[in-house]
Design a protein around this ligand. Structure first.
Ligand code: PLP
Length: 414
């Protein structure tokens, strides 16, 4: 029998805050109501703020991150077009696989899992491509499978240094709204996010932002597309509508989620994720274990992938944490299955939530025979969080305000 609530620390779906849950708890509405634009138009404008773009255009699809990949590829490219990518985890693998299945000519760099985008190699490929045959470079910003964050600004520098006109497509599914992301500054042409990570919503929205260059490429792109055609969205979004029935509860939830992100401030959201991630990393170091990410410059602030010692199956840690301690951790995927487990530290979490994750992880690791000292990682994280958490505000802390808001939201629906 399970008791208490399930503690969710997979790297998406993430915990949905009460105010977001309450906002979604609404009777169904007319999706062509004459005032719908009052809800939807500000959503597009506010998503641009999250993507950090003034020039790009945000789109919302009733789909998931995977569809976002397809939006980027099919709306900008033609069969046989060449794309350059790097495979360094399950999600970069799947995106490359999609590009191949869409009959694109994919050149990808094979990178050991645990490393990030190989910028010098990418630059070399771009420099060698004198005829500019490469139409787009596709990079996963935060590889959720390995807990590796790549430097998108450096990829942009390579494109600029080689004066290469290729478009830059970035999967920000587990980074956008949690880790610093700058669409305009980094010259990103297609940025892809999903609702179930930093946006703290259920899965169900693919959130995509296109640069003017990508929108222009659309006019000659010949890959077949229908449900995911930006054209239909551009036409209907202009009036605050969608080409098909949108999930209005999800859009109401997105409104509440954006309000929370802006209330905290995006820079504070990034700083919090860095702090939470760093506390988890302190714990891993105290346990004497290693991250899959091979260098500190690649450490992800949204997910830590923890290598288990030889002879231990990482999947057992995840299984015991779930069945015995009612705590969901992330398993190792495909190439790293069994070799690691993951702690997702993104979304609606604070220092105490991360301590709970670490406590459950310690208990599960001890149960499967990993020789760590009980409490050692938790103690390291506690020390780090005490020293680095923002000072308490005696008047009204953001946390209290949020708790009060959640409480009143809950009363409304009670
Ligand atoms: N890209 C990354 C980095 C992801 O972590 C995920 C899912 O976890 C996806 C893409 C695929 O997104 P979805 O499962 O929403 O289709």
């Amino acid at each position: 029998m399970r008791y208490g609530h399930n503690h969710l620390y997979v790297p998406g779906p993430t915990n949905v805050p009460h105010s977001v849950l309450s906002a979604m708890h609404v009777p169904m509405e007319d999706h062509r109501a004459s005032d719908l634009h009052e809800l939807t138009k500000p959503l597009f404008a506010d998503l641009n703020k999250v993507f950090k773009t003034t020039k790009g255009q945000s789109f919302i699809f009733p789909a998931t991150g995977t569809a976002g990949w397809e939006v980027a590829l099919t709306n900008t490219l033609s069969p046989g077009d060449k794309v350059l990518s790097a495979r360094f985890g399950q999600f970069s693998h799947l995106w490359i696989n999609m590009a191949e299945r869409l009959k694109l000519d994919v050149d990808f760099l094979k990178v050991p899992w645990g490393e990030g985008a190989p910028v010098p190699d990418i630059e070399k490929k771009l420099a060698e491509d004198k005829n500019h045959a490469i139409n787009a470079v596709m990079i996963v910003h935060n590889e959720t499978a390995t807990g590796v964050t790549s430097e998108i600004a450096a990829v942009r520098k390579s494109l600029d240094a080689t004066k290469h006109p290729a478009m830059l497509f970035v999967d920000g599914v587990s980074s956008i709204a949690s880790i610093d992301f700058r669409m305009d500054e980094w010259g990103v042409d297609m940025a892809i996010a999903g609702s179930q990570k930093g946006f703290m919503l259920p899965a169900g929205l693919a959130i995509v932002c296109a640069s003017q260059k990508a929108l222009e490429a659309r006019k000659t792109a010949k890959l077949p597309r229908c449900f995911l055609d930006l054209e239909d969205h551009i036409k209907t979004n202009a009036n605050g509508l969608f080409p098909y029935t949108p999930s209005l509860p999800m859009l109401r939830g997105l409104r509440a989620s954006l309000d929370l992100l802006f209330e905290e401030g995006l820079e504070n959201v990034y700083a919090r994720h860095h702090r939470l991630g760093e506390g988890v990393r302190q714990a891993i170091q105290a346990w004497g274990l290693k991250l899959c990410a091979r260098q500190p410059k690649w450490y992800s602030d949204t997910v830590s992938a923890i290598m288990v010692p030889e002879g231990i199956n990482g999947a057992d840690v995840v299984d015991i944490a779930y069945r015995k301690y009612n705590t969901a951790l992330g398993a190792g995927l495909t190439d790293v299955a069994g070799k690691l487990f993951r702690i997702g530290h993104l979304g609606d979490l604070n220092e105490v939530s991360c301590c709970a994750a670490l406590a459950a992880t310690e208990m599960a690791m001890l149960d499967v025979g990993i020789e760590i000292e009980a409490g050692s990682g938790l103690a390291a994280a506690i020390e780090y969080y005490r020293k680095n958490a923002p000072a308490a505000d005696k008047k009204s802390t953001a946390g209290q305000a949020r708790a009060m808001k959640s409480g009143s939201d809950m009363k409304q629906t009670a």
